[in-house]
Design a protein around this ligand. Structure first.
Ligand SMILES: O=C(O)CCC(=O)N[C@@H](CCC(=O)O)C(=O)O
Ligand SMILES: [Zn+2]
Length: 336
């Protein structure tokens, strides 16, 4: 296999490759751009006009998606997978990956869309670099732009695999993309309804890509991901990469559950207290009247919404950040 196919090994070892560009047997060009960043370009005659950004390791301990990208890259480097799409592979936070931690000083996925400029430290610099890499990848006019930012969650979930779809004023969520996600094994999609500071929100808002955060299961260390079944996603990604994807069935969305954000729970102070068991699962339902959280100055978060559920509850986040998302069922009416 070509040395550049071993991007993960290079990244975990903190090494630069001796050769920055390599060609596979069938003329696919692999180019190392920076730590954890590799561009794959098919021969011009085979290029089908899709620019695909695949990122993982934005949180260093979320290893199933990192292993998935590693397998795809190996297949490309060996010539077993023959891309027709241009692809940018990104491992988001190499230092956190080496340490097996979500982040080192601060969460990279809270530093996009301008936030890194208000901060300092290597994670702020990395967020800036990831924005630059994504922006120069998505700078060719007239091409389809797609970004999947792959994650696993801190806790178990009543709905194992789901996507978060960013929001931009005046832009409608795409039914075709939802059907594609369904075909890739996603069981639910959270349709965001306000701007955000995560990576997928940056590529959606600033770079015009169809972008998603994908949650694939529970975070585990390298080599311990037998419980995370990414088979359907992996198959679909191979089809997308090779340009052999069957056109997804859009009419029914095949049972895909849609949710929208009712409220984001923001932790304002060290007095923040979340009234949920430590092992509560994502998508747990909460009754109307339930006191979900309390914070400084008698702030109380009481459930008012019918059908409310909680995702990503985390009382340990830094003050000012999201400590959970309260979601409610949504309809497919507003889709384009
Ligand atoms: O399990 C958790 O609490 C967090 C899992 C995770 O990392 N999720 C992403 C979602 C990004 C988005 O809102 O699109 C995150 O919190 O960064
Ligand atoms: Zn994550």
């Amino acid at each position: 296999m070509l040395a550049l196919g071993k991007l993960l090994e290079l990244t975990l070892a903190g090494r630069e490759p001796a050769e920055k560009t390599q060609l596979t047997v069938d003329g696919v060009r692999m180019r190392w751009l920076s730590e954890g960043a590799l561009e794959v370009r098919p021969p011009e005659a085979r290029d089908n006009g899709l620019d695909l950004l695949l990122s993982a390791g934005i949180h260093g301990n979320e290893t199933a998606p990192i292993e998935l990208l590693d397998r795809l890259l190996h297949d490309i480097a060996r010539g077993d997978l023959k891309p027709r799409a241009r692809i940018l592979f990104l491992f988001g936070n190499p230092e956190a990956m080496r340490r097996g931690e979500r982040f080192v000083e601060q969460d990279v996925n809270r530093l996009f869309n301008g936030r890194h400029e208000l901060s300092s430290g290597f994670e702020a610099l990395r967020a800036c670099e990831l924005e630059r890499l994504a922006a120069s990848f998505f700078n060719l006019p007239g091409r389809e732009r797609l970004h999947y930012d792959l994650h696993t969650a801190i806790r178990g979930s009543k709905i194992e695999q789901f996507a978060l779809y960013p929001w931009k004023d005046g832009r409608q969520h795409s039914r075709r993309e939802l059907a594609r996600l369904r075909a890739a094994g996603m069981e639910a999609v959270l349709l965001q309804n306000k701007p955000s500071i995560v990576f997928s929100a940056y590529t959606y808002d600033q770079l015009g890509a169809e972008s998603f955060t994908l949650e694939l299961g529970k975070a585990r260390p390298f080599g311990q991901n037998q419980g995370v079944n990414v088979e359907r996603l992996e198959t679909r990604l191979k089809h997308i990469i090779e340009g052999t994807e069957p056109e997804p069935e859009q009419d029914t969305l095949d049972g895909l559950k849609l949710f929208s954000v009712a409220r984001e729970i923001i932790k304002h102070s060290d007095s923040f207290h979340l009234h949920l068991p430590a092992d509560v699962e994502n998508f747990s339902e909460l009754e109307v009247g339930y006191l979900l959280a309390e914070d400084i100055a008698q702030t109380r978060w009481v459930i008012e919404e019918d059908g409310a559920r909680i995702i990503f509850p985390n009382p340990k986040v830094k003050n000012g950040l999201r400590a959970g998302i309260l979601i409610v069922p949504a309809s497919a009416d507003g889709l384009a």
